[in-house]
Design a protein around this ligand. Structure first.
Ligand SMILES: Cc1ncc(COP(=O)(O)O)c(C=O)c1O
Length: 385
């Protein structure tokens, strides 16, 4: 099957940038995005600097690296330069965002049942907060009216996932922001499953905070997450979870914290420098290809996969409306866990999530042929067993 003219050649060319595609049918880019060919060179450059420059590497490049990578991320998620700080992981990013809201009368947190567990665990563990979890009866979509009804004058914050990790459902962020702001609550948007695959602009969405990481669709590997704070809010709030990197002049080592403005205001301690080196190439590729074009190709691939699954009578646990669907498709064949083990042992890299099924996450460099083979392999397995 061809992918159509020059565009097809361009996508073919991008495939050579991701070595794992030569070894396997890599369809799990919503979990760990494929590593770019040049990432090992970037890590070698990191070790070269450490070896040859030692502590001078900080001044030469490392100290400024969170700013450089933060701005690269900002350009992909529709944020102004200087609004995205680098963080160790998404859970900590939530913690820092919440720490900016400490001391308020309001104690209610609203989120949906389909939020990622780590985020739930964090909010549930806060002794002073009352969490209201909005049920999602179909296990796939978030009923927006129920979310809006739950958000009221007692609500402090609404931490929501942009794209639901199990089903790929895209939440109606605008509606949530509109209601939250009307009653004086803050929205913390988790973009882990949307950044790099679904185009959006944080400025336009007007969320107060956004969190995410680079290891999924941004192909940046583990170890680098980020926190965006709305610029007109940022200098009015102060994180309680803070540290010396947030100081206007960290090398004064003064006893009193004078918070800087810009992204470093929300950083705390020493950043993960090798992680930042590893992250760069993936971000550059996503920026170069462009999220709008990635989305176009991704929608074509997920549409194709759903049609192939329908033809093979494999149930789909992902919205069929392309506007409500992120980058992955969850297939729910009989004995899905055994099917997933079979696929993994036959070179198809996917994953299985209990209560959902097999998540298949093609990126812009995957092909319809790969998806066709995957569906055929599921069919073969189910016929044989
Ligand atoms: C939507 C979402 N939020 C948060 C997390 C957890 O992030 P972290 O491990 O960086 O804290 C994940 C992990 O996959 C996720 O999918």
């Amino acid at each position: 099957m061809t992918q159509g003219g020059n565009k097809g050649q361009e996508w073919e060319r991008w495939r050579t940038e991701f070595p794992i595609l030569e070894e396997s049918v890599y369809l799990i880019n919503n979990s760990l995005g494929a590593m770019p060919r040049q990432t090992p060179d970037a890590l070698r450059e990191y070790t070269r600097m450490w070896e040859e420059l030692g502590v001078r590497a900080w001044e030469e490049s490392w100290w400024n690296l969170p700013r450089v990578i933060g701005d690269l991320i900002a350009s992909i998620i529709g944020a102004w330069p200087g609004t995205v700080s680098i963080q160790p992981n998404v859970t900590t990013s939530q913690w820092i965002a919440l720490s900016c809201l400490a001391g308020q009368e309001r104690k209610k947190i609203v989120y949906s049942e389909l939020n990622f567990p780590s985020v739930r665990y964090f909010y549930q563990a806060q002794p002073d907060l009352q969490v209201e979890v909005v049920p999602c009866p179909d296990g796939m979509t978030v009923p927006v009216e129920r979310m809006l009804d739950a958000i009221d004058e007692n609500t402090l914050a609404v931490p929501i996932s942009h794209v639901i990790f199990k089903s790929s459902f895209i939440q109606d962020v605008r509606a949530v922001v509109e209601k939250a702001h009307r009653v004086g609550a803050y929205v913390i948007l988790d973009t882990y499953h949307s950044a790099g695959i679904v185009p959006f602009s944080l400025q336009e969405l007007e969320v107060d905070f956004a969190v995410g990481g680079v290891l999924k669709w941004l192909c940046g590997g583990p170890g680098v997450a980020f926190l965006y704070v709305r610029p007109d809010l940022a200098d009015r709030i102060a994180p309680q979870l803070t540290g010396w990197l947030a100081h206007e002049r960290p090398f004064d080592f003064s006893p009193r914290l004078e918070l800087s403005d810009g992204a470093y205001r929300f950083m705390s301690g020493t950043p993960n420098i090798p992680g930042l080196f590893a992250a760069r190439r993936g971000l550059e590729i996503i920026q170069e290809v462009g999220v709008a074009r990635i989305r176009e190709r991704s929608s074509m691939l997920t549409e194709f996969l759903i049609a192939a699954a329908d033809a093979a009578s494999i149930p789909v646990r992902t919205p069929r409306n392309p506007r409500e669907r992120g980058g992955h498709v969850t297939l729910s064949p009989e004995r899905a866990e055994s099917v997933s083990r079979h696929l993994l042992s036959h070179g198809f890299v996917i994953d299985y999530r209990p209560g959902a099924g097999i998540r298949v996450a093609p990126h812009f460099f995957n092909t319809r042929d790969e998806l066709e083979h995957l569906v055929a392999e599921i069919g073969n397995f189910l016929e044989r067993e």
